[in-house]
Ligand binder design. Structure first.
Ligand code: NAP
Length: 399
């Protein structure tokens, strides 16, 4: 695939401290892509993917011309992005690091040979180059909202993004780079995760000024990690712990809309290049309102235990204290994640002058209705208890 233009002049690469750390763990082979290498220029075309050769009617068996490497395809958002790319006839390269099972649900989303799983090691630059080699667009959906013994916030959410952007820049044929960050990511955030996400945005834009940054709010959908967890907890224990007083404002968004925005940004004529979009749903909820909607849908009487921040932090702290001190892995935090508790001290809504779904030509769905219909599986009496989609649920109707 020919690259139309190289807009930026030669810039020498100055890897940040985090990349140097990665290099010390896993040596990076500089002799192929040294700073004096002719390809060390931004190689993204200013025209997006509009000029790619397309064939067919635009459906699953057509050829969109897009060959996308989707890092993080095995995650929650990844499955919807892969599905939307595959259904317009794109070839999707799926880097995976875990077992063969982590990607098998993706294989059926495209025609035979269109979804290509490729094992890689996120700490080995050569394996990253291998999964990007045939691509003409790169999407980075990698992220993790808790630390493990092996991976720090900074490595997963910042250094890896920086490294992907550097490799995409060297590649010479990557036309679009889409980085998925997080609404609320800022260098002044009380959360380390959000600070790492902000650092990643900066690093990606430094390497590839034409990259597009998407900052979704908390995502809702069948595999989400908020309503599912709440419903599960409420069913098991008969109440829901609300951290703080539940008055924090959030703007939850349907995951399918975020995937649609990702693909819209990818396919446009280059308008979204170099821009940052904040993707929030059409309604602002307090955490308490969202929990009410969850209880209403699962048809349980809403009972809350308000957990003040200091107590929530005290519950969450031991895991973080012992994480790197004990010789075995600790369970991943669910309800009480210390860093998330820090993040929850601030409202997270789309800022006033931000570019949004609107600017990508997408109208996001309201949550009530189809986007949260998966919650009916938590209903007492089974999912068929009561009516389902588009139903008006009134608390008076509860037994
Ligand atoms: N979920 C939300 O509500 C939400 C809201 C705003 C922004 N975001 C951001 O949106 C992006 C996608 O979110 P998601 O909910 O789809 O995340 P997810 O379900 O947790 O998936 C994350 C992906 O990142 C990969 N990953 C995690 N740690 C990794 C590591 N150390 N090395 C290599 N790969 C690693 C995972 O691979 P494995 O399958 O191998 O673990 C997975 O494919 C993330 O950047 C996230 O921060 C999410």
């Amino acid at each position: 695939m020919q690259v139309i233009s190289r807009r930026l002049g030669n810039q020498s690469l100055k890897p940040s401290a985090s990349i140097s750390l990665l290099k010390s763990i896993y040596p990076i082979y500089d002799h192929h892509y040294g700073p004096d290498h002719g390809r060390y220029v931004s190689t993204l075309t200013p025209k997006g993917v509009g000029h790619l050769v397309r064939k067919g009617t635009g459906g699953r068996s057509s050829v969109s011309g897009i060959i996308a490497t989707v890092f993080g395809a095995t995650g929650f958002l990844g499955r919807y992005v892969v599905q939307q790319l595959a259904k317009m006839g794109s070839q999707v390269l799926v880097p995976f690091r875990g077992s063969e099972d982590s990607h098998r649900h993706l294989k059926l989303m495209g025609d035979l040979g269109q979804i290509v799983p490729m094992q890689y090691n996120p700490r080995d630059e050569n394996s990253i180059k291998a999964v990007m080699a045939k691509a003409n667009v790169v999407l980075n959906l990698i992220g993790r909202e808790y630390e493990t013994r092996n991976y720090s916030f900074e490595e997963v959410n910042h250094s890896m993004s920086e490294q992907l952007a550097m490799i995409a820049k060297e590649h010479g044929g990557i036309m679009r780079f889409i980085q998925v960050s997080c609404l609320g990511a800022s260098s002044s955030s009380p959360s380390r995760f959000l600070r790492a996400k902000a650092a990643a945005e900066e690093a990606v834009l430094r390497e590839l000024p034409e990259a597009t940054i998407l900052k979704p709010a908390v995502m809702i959908g069948t595999e989400d990690r908020i309503l599912n967890r709440w419903a599960h907890f409420a069913k098991k224990y008969g109440f829901l712990p609300l951290i703080g007083d539940g008055s924090r404002k959030i703007q939850p968004v349907y995951v399918v809309d975020v995937a649609a925005a990702t693909v819209a940004a990818l396919r446009d004529d280059g308008t979204s290049m170099g821009k940052v979009y904040e993707l929030g749903g059409p309604e602002i909820f307090t955490e308490h309102d969202l929990a009410e909607l969850m209880f209403e849908t699962i048809r349980e009487y809403p009972r809350y235990v308000k957990v003040p921040f200091p107590i929530a932090k005290a519950i969450a702290t031991p895991r973080e204290m012992f994480l790197k001190r004990v010789p075995f892995p600790l369970p991943n935090p669910e309800t009480f994640n210390l860093d998330e508790i820090h993040a929850r001290t601030k409202d997270t809504v789309v800022s006033e002058n931000a570019l949004t779904f609107n600017d990508l030509g997408i109208v996001p769905h309201k949550l009530k209705g189809y986007p949260i219909e998966f919650l009916i599986s938590y209903r007492k009496g089974g999912p068929q208890f009561g009516s389902t989609i588009s139903e008006r649920v009134s608390p008076d109707a509860w037994p």
